[in-house]
Design a protein around this ligand. Structure first.
Ligand code: PMP
Ligand code: GLU
Length: 403
């Protein structure tokens, strides 16, 4: 009898989903590097710093103390208490421990929300440009992502009027990050208040506020939209350890939410992954309640790099460059270069532009269309000053050849 291989039948659900463009570009850069090329990858949003020593030490101690077992699904009580304290201390938010769910990264927190709150056909308004995964995670939950767009002329921030216009009786929640991935834009207190007022006028409408870049804010104090009285009970605040504490590989994120939402997400997570890693949670509790100076030091390093990158990019003809107030991204508008050519190589769109840079000057950045903003690209400046200078030199040289 002949042995046959099974047909590769992939679910419709997965077929409808696009691959994460950030992760795909970072992998392309690694592959090129593997072939011996000197690639500068500014594609992934990942601090180049190591996790602060005292947090690593806390994890080692937790391992020795036996934190090697399953934890409660929504997280160790000690960590949820630390998160509750942090929410009050930093954000004027009152989430008790029954309103907090710790997950394997903020990405899982958002997936929990999508899978737990959405029914087929429910709409989610996504402030655009948006972080790549929002769109696909909403689709995964059966929802319909509804992008509401603001370009560079609006500093990539939508207005309350735009939001109001997009709300229908099917809208379940609005979803955004501030400081924003991919633009670095930060919504001001007044802008957040006007968004809160629009949402508050709609019964049953929720806000999902992703504040993972909270500590990388060059403008002033971080404002949580959930601190406005009229949306306190309808805001889910997502956060995590990856960016502010340089803990991307630890896979730790969390949400504060109305209790019924937290309960639903814990139920979902209980069937997927259970509680996050025990010793990591112990160290995370320590991180929140101890010396924050390494976090502020990293922020200052990012601030210096931001200037370097903005000045460098502004020097390239045809680039329109925003001045981001937070995170570690810039999001230049390069529509000037669409339909330009280098010899036979035609740049038809922002993806072509990014591939052109990768191939011709070995700099990896991510196309704006992956974030709902064609004609732009995202550059992560979570890299050394030396690499950033060299990358900008290369981009300039490469772009000068486009006519
Ligand atoms: N939200 C935003 C805006 C992000 O940029 C990222 C990427 N780190 C995440 C969520 C996911 O974070 P985590 O690594 O904690 O899953
Ligand atoms: N959030 C980071 C980014 O946007 C990490 C990669 C990812 O998860 O998308 O690049």
């Amino acid at each position: 009898m002949s042995v046959t291989s099974p047909k590769a039948i992939i679910s419709d659900r997965l077929m409808r989903m696009s691959e994460s463009a950030t992760i795909a570009m970072a992998q392309m850069a690694r592959d090129l590097r593997g072939q011996g090329h000197n690639v500068i990858s500014l594609s992934l949003g990942e601090p180049d710093f190591d996790t602060p020593e005292h947090i690593k030490q806390a994890a080692k101690e937790a391992l020795d103390a036996g934190y090697t077992k399953y934890t409660p699904v929504p997280g160790l009580i000690e960590l949820r208490e630390a998160i509750s304290t942090k929410f009050k201390r930093d954000n004027d938010l009152d989430y008790g421990i029954n309103q907090i769910v710790v997950s394997n990264g903020a990405k899982q927190s958002i997936a929990n929300l999508s899978l737990s709150l959405l029914n087929k056909g429910d709409e989610v308004i996504i402030l655009t440009p948006y972080w790549v995964s929002y769109f696909e995670i909403v689709k995964l939950g059966g929802g319909i992502p509804v992008p509401v767009f603001a370009g560079i002329d609006q500093d990539y921030k939508i207005t309350a009027a735009q939001l109001s216009e997009a709300i229908t009786d099917k809208t379940r929640f609005i979803l955004f990050s501030s400081p924003c991935n991919p633009t670095g834009s930060v919504y001001s207190k007044e802008e957040l208040k006007s968004i809160a007022d629009v949402v508050a006028a709609h019964e049953d409408l929720l806000i999902v506020s992703d504040e993972i870049y909270e500590y990388i804010n060059f403008k002033g104090d971080h404002i949580s939209i959930g601190s406005f009285e009229n949306v306190r009970d309808r805001t889910i605040t997502v956060n995590g350890f990856a960016k502010g504490f340089a803990m991307t590989g630890w896979r730790l994120g969390y949400m504060g939410a109305p209790e019924w939402v937290a309960k639903a997400c814990a139920k979902m997570q209980g069937q997927f992954t259970s509680g996050a890693t025990a010793f990591g949670q112990k160290a995370a509790a320590h991180a929140l309640l101890s010396d924050m100076s390494p976090t502020y030091k990293m922020r200052e390093a990012f601030r210096a790099r931001r200037s370097l990158v903005i000045d460098g990019l502004n020097d390239i003809p045809g680039f329109k460059v925003n001045k981001p107030d937070g995170a570690f991204y810039v999001f230049p508008d390069i529509s000037h270069y669409i339909n330009k050519k280098n010899g036979d190589e035609l740049i038809e769109n922002d993806s072509d532009f990014c591939m052109y840079l990768l191939k011709n000057c070995h700099v990896a950045v991510v196309a704006g269309s992956a974030f709902g903003a064609p004609g732009c690209f995202r550059l992560s400046y979570a890299a050394s000053e030396e690499d950033l200078k060299e990358a900008i030199r290369r981009i300039k040289a490469c772009v000068e050849k486009l006519v």
